[in-house]
Design a protein around this ligand. Structure first.
Ligand SMILES: [Zn+2]
Length: 76
């Protein structure tokens, strides 16, 4: 049974409802009773992180001349 995520615009509550696809969507917020419930896309199990450049964030040892201002690292 699919799980649906809903968000209430009235009280900003989020809740999950699992109901069959043939069932009508939830329209009333169970928290505040407002009829401002929106169905949002569930992100369960899907990772949208794209960390393809691991290792490129490591700076060179004397980038900016902070730790070796005297030229001890030979890069000057
Ligand atoms: Zn609400």
């Amino acid at each position: 049974m699919p799980l649906y995520d809903y968000k209430c615009d009235g009280c900003a509550a989020r809740f999950e409802v699992d109901h069959p696809m043939s069932a009508p969507p939830v329209r009333v917020c169970p928290e505040c009773g407002a009829q401002q419930v929106r169905k949002i896309l569930s992100t369960g199990g899907i990772s949208i992180r794209n960390s393809g450049s691991a290792g490129q964030n490591v700076p060179p040892p004397c980038a900016g001349g902070g730790g070796c201002a005297g030229g001890m690292c030979g890069m000057r």
